[in-house]
Design a protein around this ligand. Structure first.
Ligand code: BTN
Length: 255
């Protein structure tokens, strides 16, 4: 059984005006999309569920929502947060920085960091993932899945060797309310930094990038590019030193 989430404590972290809690949904991103029309544009809504029957990842990926994990989506208007133009594509990166910075103190002794484009890793395994979707009216749905108290042994065989959880690293079960409230508070701070000084957010992301010096192959726009990772640029792009020089990537998949 998962510990019960304390909605008031989550609201007190700031950023979120309303919490919608469900036991089981297809995907919290889908729920956010369904309810978006009923949300006031200036409000930030948090949609959180214990189970997802069709949790989605980027591309064609599925997301395993193990018992004791956190699966939630933030429905936000980036304009209302002061995030415009070239800073918009950095919203997901800022969300990943928030998850890393909120998670790191919970698992001292382990390094938590970023895997491009916005995965959160520790000990070579995935701790959290982010799926950001844009609504026709420009609002964003930022879906975040975090492995908290879920157990790797219960994961489907195809993902079990690729994931880790905060409780596994901490060596004890964690209070999910504190984890979620910590992420929301960190998220508020990261989006504020992005709005005010995007370069400062990129510097933090670069410091957290775990792929510095690694050889990467990125598929973007139907083309593959290989090179050595040189971290995150001031505009949020991934810098890859290729045979044709230093190139920046803003989208794509690692292959
Ligand atoms: C990825 O790793 O590719 C992104 C995973 C994102 C998973 C979260 S869980 C909450 C929200 N609902 C979804 O269906 N997906 C996101």
């Amino acid at each position: 059984m998962s510990d019960v989430l304390n909605i008031d404590a989550i609201l007190s972290a700031g950023l979120v005006d309303r919490v919608i809690y469900r036991q089981c949904v297809s995907s919290t991103n889908d729920l956010a999309r369904e309810l978006a029309a009923t949300a006031c544009r200036q409000e930030c809504w948090l949609l959180v569920a214990e189970q997802q029957t069709a949790g989605r990842g980027r591309g064609d990926n599925r997301w395993w929502t193990g018992e004791g994990s956190l699966a939630f989506s933030l429905l936000v208007d980036p304009e209302h947060l002061g995030i415009h133009g070239p800073r918009l594509p950095m919203v997901s990166l800022a969300a990943a920085v928030a998850v890393v910075e909120a998670s790191q103190p919970l698992v001292s002794g382990w390094k938590v960091g970023l895997h491009w484009p916005n995965d959160v890793y520790a000990c070579g395994r995935k701790l959290a993932g982010i799926l950001t979707e844009v609504l026709p009216d420009g609002r964003l749905i930022v879906g975040i899945g975090v492995n908290v108290n879920n157990r790797r042994e219960q994961a489907p065989a195809e993902v079990a060797h690729r994931v880790c959880s905060l409780s596994e690293l901490a060596g004890r079960p964690l209070d999910r309310t504190r984890v979620l409230a910590g992420i929301i508070a960190a998220q508020r701070g990261c989006w504020r930094t992005l709005a005010a000084e995007a370069g400062a957010l990129a510097v933090r992301a670069d410091a957290l990038c775990l792929q510095h010096g690694q050889s990467l192959c990125i598929e973007a726009g139907g083309r593959r590019s290989e090179g050595v990772c040189r971290g995150i640029a001031e505009d949020g792009g991934l810098m890859l030193e290729t045979a044709h020089g230093l190139r920046r990537f803003y989208s794509g998949v690692l292959v």
